[in-house]
Design a protein around this ligand. Structure first.
Ligand code: AP5
Length: 214
């Protein structure tokens, strides 16, 4: 299975990707995580990326597509199935992805457009906590760790992402509406779009997706 998880910040793409990885062994290609890795290198490029992400702006199409091409052509077992999380984010990226997947003869099966109300997204983003060590996702209300500030999976420290503050969240939402939402139409025209109501609890999202995959 080869899919794209599409949706606004905080809709639950990473949470669902984690489940699909465990249940269906799909390999995640998450550009947000890939870019955060680049920022840790402390290079000039890493610092530029960090500054854009902290503002809630998009990193350039060229750079992101280059990272994805490298991963797909050299780091993925295409026979296992994969899912893109956070990519594509512009129509240009969607076109580049089509070209890439055509070249490696692994076209997308479908694109899951996850939808939720703005107040739901805000509550999810402001309460999110992430493990510094293993990347596991928590939420102070919806999925609290057993010990405050400590990851249940590996004992690592939980932190709040630098872009999960009110000002940056607002920019990320605007960028989503302006640059990313047009992709919904792009895939609808290809008859590859499936819509998912993501306002519900994570367990119900998983049930709805399981029904879609039957
Ligand atoms: P990225 O890391 O991709 O962030 P995002 O798209 O804004 O999405 P999030 O990770 O914030 O949310 P999510 O939908 O994964 O939600 P999650 O599952 O964590 O990108 C960050 C930045 O990198 C961008 O702003 C941009 O600068 C750059 N970038 C990345 N890709 C790029 C690209 N292709 N081109 C250019 N720039 C790019 O869930 C959120 C919280 O809610 C968690 O706490 C979770 O526990 C909880 N939760 C999840 N689902 C539920 C549920 N159903 N019920 C209750 N709680 C839930």
């Amino acid at each position: 299975m080869r899919i794209v998880l599409l949706g606004p910040p905080g809709v639950g793409k990473g949470t669902l990707a984690d489940h699909l990885k465990k249940k269906y062994h799909l390999v995640p290609v998450a550009t947000g995580d890939m870019l955060r890795e680049e920022t840790k290198k402390g290079s000039v490029l890493g610092r530029e990326i960090k500054s854009l992400m902290e503002k809630g702006a998009l990193v350039s199409d060229e750079l992101v597509t280059q990272l994805v091409v490298q991963k797909v052509e050299h780091g993925l077992d295409l026979s296992k199935g994969f899912m893109f999380d956070g990519f594509p984010r512009t129509v240009a990226q969607a076109q580049d992805l089509d070209t890439l997947l055509e070249r490696v003869k692994a076209p997308l099966d479908f694109v899951l457009s996850m939808e939720a109300d703005v107040d739901v997204l805000l509550a999810r983003l402001t309460g999110r906590r992430v493990c510094r060590k293993c990347g596991a996702l928590f939420h102070v209300i919806y999925k609290p760790s057993q010990k405050e500030g400590i990851c249940d999976v590996c004992g690592g420290e939980l932190y709040q992402r630098g872009d999960d503050n009110a000002k940056t969240i607002q920019s990320r939402m605007q960028v989503y509406q302006q640059s990313t939402a047009p992709i919904i139409d792009y895939y609808a025209k290809q008859h590859k779009l499936k819509k998912l109501n993501a306002n519900v609890e994570a367990a119900d999202v998983r049930l709805a997706v399981a029904a879609m995959l039957k």
